[in-house]
Design a binder for this molecule. Structure first.
Ligand SMILES: [Zn+2]
Ligand SMILES: [Zn+2]
Length: 332
């Protein structure tokens, strides 16, 4: 999964998407780096505040319900909306379902749908070779290249404000009015993402403490944990775990079972890289994939169609066997 910056999305909001691609420069990148730092460390600060506040007020059931509910809504917006629907066309969704998923994903503080998809498609095109925005395997210099690579893949790459070349990687979505409108509204949706749990906390409890609890747990802590889950798919799921499926030769994606619940099925990442169009990433028995479940429910209600469910033969054809050849990388 990919994450991009609010700064970049804000410039999309100014109607300067094309300009954005032409502009750049060190100063602009520095500003973007600072804003990205705020996005990354703001939720972290909120989490610290929440932990400290445990000693004073504690966390109540409403805080936890809001945290889990907003986690599921914004997280599945990213996994089912940005990732499996937009980036890989794993299924087709009815218009308002598509809009709802993309609005939900925009609440995750992971960038607008346009920039998220552009960076993610680039990751698949250059997986673990030069050009991959967040591979942990490209740091060879220094004393601890593996540690540096891991930190870069986890969150360090964001501080470098990577280019989300939308014209190149997401030209189909750049022509889509719904997606461009949602992308333009991304800064507003970030405000909603933090404001809505606070408002709900106040409305349900009728107290200011309820509003603060909703803001901290349903907003900041939830964003922080969701970001870490997303970052872990970029870092840990290219470093540790199993590789039951054949991918391109330099591709080091892995299946990491321990993350399957918090990542909503995205940590079956080796299966995903074996065939990115599969709408289910947990393709083997008992592999939890809540995103696939959501897509199945949407399909039952007629809201999703043309779902690219992995067939038994398709999965077996991709399964790694002793001595099986890998597919060549397009580059490197
Ligand atoms: Zn990957
Ligand atoms: Zn993908």
């Amino acid at each position: 999964m990919a994450v991009t910056t609010v700064a970049r999305a804000t410039r999309e909001g100014d109607g300067g998407r094309r300009q954005e691609l032409a502009e750049g420069g060190d100063a602009g990148r520095r500003v973007q780096g600072v804003v990205t730092g705020l996005i990354l460390f703001g939720p972290l600060a909120g989490t610290v505040v929440a932990i400290v506040s445990l000693f004073g007020r504690g966390v109540d059931a409403l805080d936890l319900v809001l945290g889990v509910a907003f986690y599921m809504v914004s997280g599945h917006g990213v996994t089912a909306g940005f990732h499996r629907l937009l980036a890989h066309r794993g299924y087709v969704a009815r218009r308002w379902t598509r809009i709802a998923l993309c609005v939900a994903g925009s609440l995750a503080f992971e960038g607008s749908p346009l920039s998220w998809v552009a960076l993610h498609r680039r990751h698949h095109a250059y997986t673990d070779v030069e050009g991959d925005p967040h591979s942990p395997h490209l740091h060879t210099g220094g004393r601890w290249p593996r540690l540096r690579g891991t930190m870069h893949a986890h969150a360090g790459w964001l501080l470098k404000a990577p280019e989300a070349d939308i014209e190149r990687w997401a030209p189909d979505l750049a022509k889509d009015r719904d997606i461009t409108t949602i992308s333009r509204l991304f800064p507003l949706l970030c405000v909603v993402s933090l404001g809505a749990p606070a408002l709900l906390g106040w409305a349900i409890s009728g107290t200011l403490a309820g509003a603060v609890g909703g803001f901290v747990w349903g907003g900041l802590v939830r964003v922080f944990v969701l970001q870490q889950a997303t970052f872990a798919v970029n870092s840990a799921c290219h470093l540790w775990g199993t590789r039951p499926f054949v991918t391109r030769s330099r591709d080091r994606s892995t299946n990491l079972a321990v993350l399957c619940i918090v990542s909503m099925g995205e940590s079956w990442h080796n299966a995903h890289h074996a065939n990115p169009r599969w709408a289910r990433h947990g393709v083997d028995r008992r592999q939890i994939d809540s995103t696939a479940r959501l897509i199945r429910i949407l399909q039952r209600f007629g809201l999703a169609s043309e779902v690219q469910w992995p067939s038994k033969d398709g999965v077996e054809a991709k399964r790694r066997r002793a001595g099986a050849a890998t597919e060549p990388s397009p580059v490197g």
